[in-house]
Design a protein around this ligand. Structure first.
Ligand code: KG4
Ligand code: ZN
Length: 363
């Protein structure tokens, strides 16, 4: 793969991610080399509560981040003096955790006399495709995670236009809640996908927003429909077979909705820019059914679909380091007093509009 245009290949950036329940550090170069990518999941800490507890997350980040950074630097075989910049997620997210990563990045930047780059977590997800593939701006980005569900046109680094977003739950949240309802445990997305693999999409579930003129999403009705379906299955239900079939039916409905919403957005991209590609990012992009539905859709529209490898779909430090590489190439860095932000929409025009309050995240 050729080196990305305008980015010095010898640039090396450390990226820190602490906005939710992963403590992560990675070292990435301008040549798209991931020299280290260390992710520590706090899943076991939060599992007893069935979701992320902000105080537990922040404390775990405090306890673990130094060790995770040391491991990443060690794996990369570098010292802080070898870095060109230190990037950290500065929001949106659970602000206690964001502060831990950002303050640590500031300390390293000050001590090593290197620039600090405050990265928007959503931009990290959006640009992760450019770390793994030749994706030119403008591209369409479907950002689907536990806290976010939106369609954006990425016109350049720092330049995003939101075409639509969820009016209620994020799609990852719908996966998590549906999985909980089916007794599949936490985190729900991967568990539901595994259960669905043995099932048939035989139940008729609603496809909210299908055919609507805009590019918005809605998932709370689908989640409620699953609850009614399961309640109506009778005593002793659901059986393992029924769980698998409900999970497969839910996934099929999600696939239809995402494909329909993306079809609208692709039409806008093609009308305005004459082409581009479809990037799918965020934890739900790890789902094989979602990926293949969107791949089919992109092929039918004559555009490429790019989804990062699974490890780069869920939260990680490499996407933050890469966003740092991209910003550094444009001469963008931040002062040491830059603040952590619980809310930070990617699209300036959307500032102030809360989309999904789950886990303290909004966009
Ligand atoms: O991007 P991410 O790691 O964190 C946020 O920024 O939210 O996304 C986590 C979300 C969770 O809701 C999780 O259930 C979902 O992504 N997820 C999946 C899969 N893997 C993770 N959803 C469906 N299928 C998967 N394989
Ligand atoms: Zn994320």
């Amino acid at each position: 793969m050729p080196e990305p245009r305008n980015i010095s290949p010898d640039r090396v950036v450390l990226g820190l991610e602490t906005s939710c329940d992963e403590t992560a550090a990675a070292v990435v170069t301008g040549k798209r080399e991931v020299l280290a990518n260390v992710v520590l999941s706090q899943l076991d800490d939060h599992r007893p509560y069935g979701g992320v507890v902000p105080e537990i997350a922040a404390r775990a980040h405090v306890e673990q981040l130094d060790g995770i950074i040391a491991r990443a630097m060690n794996e990369a075989g570098l010292g802080f003096a070898d870095l060109d910049a230190i990037a950290a997620t500065a929001g949106p997210g659970l602000v206690g955790g964001v502060m831990v990563g950002l303050v640590t990045a500031k300390a390293i930047a000050a001590a090593a006399r290197r620039p600090l780059i405050a990265v928007n977590h959503l931009e990290g997800h959006a640009l992760s495709a450019r770390l793994v593939a030749e994706v030119e701006f403008p591209f369409l980005c479907l950002l689907v995670s536990g806290g976010h569900c939106q369609l954006l046109v990425a016109e350049g680094v720092g330049r995003y236009r939101r075409l639509g977003s969820t009016i209620d739950d994020a799609v990852g949240e719908a996966f998590d809640k549906t999985a909980k309802l089916l007794g599949l445990g936490y985190p729900g997305g991967p568990a539901l996908e595994r259960a669905a693999a043995g099932g048939q999409a035989c139940y008729d579930l609603p496809r909210p927003m299908l055919g609507r003129e805009n590019c918005d999403f809605s998932f709370s009705g689908l989640k409620t429909a699953v609850r009614h379906l399961v309640e109506g299955l009778g005593p002793g239900a659901p059986s393992t077979r029924q769980v698998a079939d409900v999970a497969a039916s839910f996934q099929a409905a999600v696939g239809d909705v995402l494909a329909d919403r993306c079809a609208r957005a692709i039409a806008i991209l093609q009308r305005e820019h004459g082409g581009g590609s479809l990037v799918v990012a965020g934890g739900v992009a790890a789902n094989a059914t979602v990926r293949s539905r969107l791949e089919e859709l992109a092929t039918a529209h004559g555009i490429a679909m790019v989804a990062p490898p699974l490890a780069l779909c869920t939260d990680n430090g490499a996407m933050i380091a890469w966003a740092g590489v991209e910003r550094l190439a444009l001469g963008l860095s931040d002062p040491l007093d830059v603040a952590a932000r619980a809310r930070w929409p990617l699209d300036a025009a959307a500032a102030g509009r809360i989309v999904s309050p789950r886990r303290g995240r909004s966009s």
